[in-house]
Design a protein. Structure first.
Length: 239
């Protein structure tokens, strides 16, 4: 299931790339506006309130709105500057909308872009797909290995090590996605960075495995009378 979800996530990346390209080339709608026009529309809205919460790792910057459809009830602004911190309940503003995204807010000539845009979606979809593929691949390998060794009750040694490698592989997809988003280098850069990080992750996991084992570091296999929970912990590399 994880592998299928990963394939599905990666299959949507080309469409997301096209969406970002069209969004970045969009221009304000001409008057009169065609119903099928793929342009930037503006709608009047009224501020219902704001939420500004600072935190060490990110914060919460919400703008609460009243307005006609497709104006959202709440809009993530990403930051309090240059406009959010100055808005008050009852203020009349203009919201820029592209497709179903509320992309920016304007008042008295000051415009602040919101976090509601397709920018970054291809990079994060790529990172998510890579992580899910790794989990799915390991799940299939571990499951097949457990079935093969069910009768012998023998220890499939590489399972625990591959589990650590898989965790590292998933973790490596996160910074790859973030760097791809921040640098706007696209899904290809995410994949290349992910592939670059993998040998480092695997090397670290392999060295930790060697140190934890030592010469006699591995616990003995449970006897045949042990319950399934004991054997599962053993296959995962835990005593």
């Amino acid at each position: 299931m994880a592998a299928l979800a990963g394939v599905a996530a990666l299959s949507t990346v080309p469409d997301s790339v096209d969406e970002v390209r069209v969004f970045r080339s969009a221009r304000p709608c001409a008057v009169p506006v065609s119903p099928s026009a793929d342009c930037l529309r503006t709608y009047p809205a009224t501020v219902r309130g704001t939420v500004v919460e600072h935190a060490a790792r990110g914060g919460l910057y919400l703008l609460k709105l009243d307005g006609p459809r497709p104006i959202p009830a709440e809009l993530d602004m990403g930051d309090e500057e240059p406009l959010l911190r100055h808005l008050r309940k009852g203020d009349h503003i203009t919201v820029t909308v592209w497709r179903d995204y509320a992309t920016a807010v304007t008042k008295d000539g000051v415009t602040q872009e919101s976090g509601d845009t397709p920018d970054g979606l291809p990079e994060f979809q790529t990172a998510l797909g890579l992580g899910l593929l790794a989990v799915g691949g390991y799940g299939g390998y571990a499951g097949a290995t457990a079935v093969r060794h069910a009768r012998q009750r023998s220890h499939p040694g590489p399972v625990a090590l591959w589990g650590r490698w898989t965790v590292g592989t998933v973790l490596a997809s996160m910074p790859a996605g973030i760097v791809g988003y921040e640098t706007e280098t696209g899904p290809v850069a995410v994949v290349l960075l992910w592939l670059t990080l993998l040998p480092v992750i695997w090397l670290i996991a392999g060295r930790r495995e060697g140190r934890s084992r030592g010469r006699h570091g591995r616990a003995p296999a449970p006897d045949r009378t042990a319950d399934s929970t004991t054997w599962l912990r053993y296959l995962q590399g835990r005593s």
